[in-house]
Design a protein around this ligand. Structure first.
Ligand SMILES: [Zn+2]
Length: 461
């Protein structure tokens, strides 16, 4: 098969990908902190790395790739949400409430990423299951002079690692100038970062040689990747926002604790996501979780298609227009491949993906394929047109305007007659058909939800 080339952030150039061991290609993606629903930007690296995972499995074999993505389940934000629930009178201890919150969020995360057609990683370690490994790594760093304990904290001595900053291509002094580094009495140098910190009695904590406490965030990925993938592995991926300090700190910790290994050889970073040309933010009102979009009736496959139209190394702009176009293309393709068994993927699609995951080029190549069996096989490499994801396309496009007008009319009559039973009956029938009904003073809005079934819509009189 074509050789795979990847843009390595570490060398800042495209390199031929050569695994350390072709019978066990190892891939690590920084996973979510599980305190809330994943937003659209959180889903981008998952979809990008899912395509890489599919490509590696095609080239090296399904059993020859190990993909690890962690869950960060120890974090101040998780503690804060659990504490807020406890203060609101929720039953159970704080530990139980934290556990319930992380379990619930992991369930949401799986449901949302499944809806986007992302294959589950081979291993999904939770940080709280690896505290012992983190403590062992911190002890190793102290023994080698790269870390020090002070006042219940343990800090990494950044200036003890001369290659610090290599991933970002900046010197430590430049980074200090540009970063918001915290000056604290327990630090030798403001640049030093936390490996371990003390926990109050009312927060989760673990016994350690430095007292009861909890790990810093960066050490989690270093310890879990070492335990599951070893001191050297092939690819480490994540959003560009993690390059500094998170990935820079991971490299420093891992290379200092295990200098015999080289940690990750290829670093892949995806660019950020915007919505309608603007940075996604709650204050701008353009902040979407994956679930928000699915709830608006946008199929996960459409979200995935829109993501893959932009190369992972470029900022991607989510727009309603792109979603509508993606939906039309997928409907057309799904009609073409209905009932067809996949053959082999087209060489042009494999070549595009092998060229640093050129997903936009791969989609362009899909447009040129005439044979439905080849289209289906090729699209599967991008996680598209798969059998489990297509129920939405079987339904006709959801034009609910006539039903919205009818419901608004019924409501206007009910205001006069004071008999709201017909309104409630129609509302119930719409909900049973998988429609989300939003009624406000401004009017009636109907949205096809994920379970939408046009055949169940109430008849209009
Ligand atoms: Zn990480």
């Amino acid at each position: 098969m074509t050789e795979i080339r990847l843009h390595n952030t570490l060398s800042r150039r495209k390199e031929v990908f050569e695994p350390i061991d072709a019978t066990n290609v190892r891939l690590y993606l920084c996973g979510p902190t599980v305190y809330d629903r994943a937003h659209l930007g959180n889903a981008r690296p998952v979809v990008v790395i899912d395509v890489l995972y599919r490509l590696l499995r095609l080239k090296y074999g399904v059993g020859a790739v190990t993909y690890v993505r962690n869950f960060t389940d120890v974090d101040d934000k998780i503690n804060a949400t659990a504490l807020a629930r406890k203060e609101a009178g929720a039953p159970g201890t704080l530990e139980e409430l934290i556990r319930a919150r992380t379990e619930e969020t992991i369930g949401w995360y799986h449901a949302d990423m499944d809806a986007l057609g992302a294959l589950r990683p081979d291993l999904e370690p939770r940080a709280t299951d690896f505290i012992g490994a983190m403590i062992a790594m911190i002890e190793e760093l102290i023994a080698k002079g790269h870390a020090y304990a002070k006042d219940g904290h343990v800090l990494f001595r950044v200036r003890s690692y001369t290659r610090y900053g290599a991933l970002s291509g900046r010197s430590v002094d430049d980074m200090i100038a540009g970063a918001r580094v915290e000056v604290a009495p327990f630090k030798e140098d403001p640049m030093d970062f936390v490996l371990w910190k003390p926990s109050d009695a009312d927060l989760p904590g673990w016994e350690s040689p430095w007292g009861r406490g909890r790990p810093g965030w960066h050490i989690e990925c270093s310890a879990m990747s070492y335990e599951l993938l070893g001191a050297s592995f092939d690819i480490h991926a994540g959003g560009i926002d993690l390059q500094f300090p998170h990935h820079e700190n991971e490299i420093a910790q891992s290379c200092c604790a295990h200098p015999e290994g080289g940690f990750a050889r290829y670093w892949l970073h995806n660019e950020m996501l915007q919505v309608e040309g603007k940075k996604m933010s709650k204050s701008l009102g353009n902040f979407f979780t994956v679930r928000d979009l699915l709830g608006q009736g946008i199929p996960g496959e459409v979200i995935r298609f829109v993501f893959l139209q932009t190369h992972y190394g470029k900022p991607m702009d989510w727009t309603a227009e792109k979603a509508a176009q993606a939906e039309a293309t997928l409907r057309k393709w799904r009609a073409a491949v209905a009932g067809v068994a996949a053959s082999a993927p087209a060489q042009a699609v494999i070549e595009a993906l092998s060229d640093d995951l050129n997903t936009a080029g791969a989609i362009a190549a899909l447009h040129a394929i005439k044979d439905p069996a080849e289209l289906k096989a090729s699209a599967a490499l991008l996680g598209l047109l798969e059998d489990g994801m297509g129920a939405w396309a079987a339904a006709p496009g959801a034009d609910l305007s006539a039903h919205a007008a009818a419901l608004a009319d019924l409501r206007a009559r009910a205001m006069a007659s004071k008999d709201f039973a017909p309104v409630d009956a129609m509302k119930a029938a719409l909900i049973a058909a998988g429609v989300e009904v939003r009624m406000s003073k401004a009017g009636v809005e109907l949205l096809a939800g994920p379970g939408f079934d046009a055949a169940k819509l109430p008849a209009l009189g």
